[in-house]
Design a protein around this ligand. Structure first.
Ligand SMILES: Nc1nc2c(c(=O)[nH]1)N[C@H]1C(S)=C(S)[C@@H](COP(=O)(O)O)O[C@H]1N2
Ligand SMILES: [Mo]
Length: 306
């Protein structure tokens, strides 16, 4: 069996034959993929109206300049060390205030899911940015399927803890596991996706394989990588960077050019890959996604709820 635990997933339709295939083969069969090579299976997906028209960063830029502290704090540490991470098999625990809690094999979670390309602006709190063609599906699809209970108000996420394969976790750089969270309405917003790939291929390890969150109107650290647990809660979850330094990193962390980081300005950003002579660009409120998300924060003071 692919999964040791097989909760009654309404949409899950894994055939007996699939049980003999690994996830890559399963994806190749189920989604009519063509296999490009041993490392990267091509994903099949549809385009999305939520994508930006901006020119995406190159695959090299997106996969060689990363933040993934489980592999070290340098921008090139993930590229150097993440290849050793085992991402198949992969299980995601779903628990808390849901109707269908359980430990789900990733192939089961993805079975029947139609993937979309979402070309999004991506803005790190460190004031650099990229444009990335993610492939994924709306978190709301998954939440609908697992049955969110009426008392749930937040969604909490955790990254894998496996110090043998994640050398950064051999040191107390952060309080592992890396944790993130969203308010339920933020999680249900159509812009919020779980991404399983980029540039039409399975997610490179250094970008958070095999499944990560993408919340394009928030600073990049909210977009937690290599997720192994999704919990529905009625209280605001603890989040890694807020635990690390609450004055500098709030729970909301919406991109906001008017609220500076205590140690640097957030008014502008440097686009990775831009020429030496191209200047900084102005940072946009909600990273340019205000038409979709500003309503979520009506009546909130975003200088207090930073
Ligand atoms: N588990 C985990 N997720 C993480 C991080 C991390 O260190 N560990 N870094 C965050 C930060 S600060 C950013 S900017 C983005 C970087 O994503 P990218 O490397 O795909 O550009 O991942 C976020 N998700
Ligand atoms: Mo970041």
């Amino acid at each position: 069996m692919l999964s040791r635990f097989r909760p009654d997933l309404g949409w899950s339709d894994v055939t007996p034959r699939a049980a003999f295939l690994n996830r890559r083969q399963l994806l190749a069969g189920a989604a009519a993929l063509t296999v490009a090579g041993p490392a990267a299976a091509k994903l099949s997906y549809v385009k999305s109206d939520y994508s930006t028209d901006l020119e995406p960063n190159t695959f090299e830029e997106i996969t060689r300049y990363n933040n993934f502290y489980e592999f070290g704090t340098g921008k090139d540490d993930p590229m150097a060390h993440a290849r050793q991470l085992t991402t198949d098999p992969w299980s995601v625990k779903i628990d808390g205030l849901v109707d269908r809690a359980g430990d789900y094999d990733l192939a089961d979670l993805l079975s029947g899911v139609a993937l979309e390309e979402r070309i999004y602006r991506f803005r790190c709190v460190e004031a650099w940015s990229m444009v990335v063609p993610w492939v994924g599906f709306q978190l709301s699809d998954l939440l609908d399927r697992i049955g969110v209970q009426p008392s749930a108000k937040y969604v909490a996420f955790e990254t894998l803890v496996r110090p043998e394969e994640m050398p950064g976790q051999q040191y107390p750089i952060l309080d592992w596991p890396y944790r993130e969270g969203l308010r339920l309405d933020e999680a249900m917003n159509p812009l919020t996706i779980l991404a399983t790939g980029l540039y039409g291929e399975e997610m490179p390890n250094q970008n958070g394989a095999p499944i990560r969150l993408i919340v394009p109107w928030k600073y990049g650290f909210k977009s937690i990588k290599s997720i192994v647990r999704i919990s529905l809660t009625d209280t605001q979850p603890q989040t890694t960077w807020n635990m690390q330094n609450a004055r500098e990193y709030g729970f909301y962390s919406n991109v906001n050019p008017e609220v500076d980081h205590p140690r640097w300005s957030q008014a502008s950003e440097r686009r990775i890959g831009g020429s030496l002579f191209s200047g900084r660009e102005p940072t946009l409120m909600f990273n340019g996604y205000g038409e979709y998300v500003a309503d979520l924060y009506a009546g909130q003071d975003l200088t207090k709820d930073y």
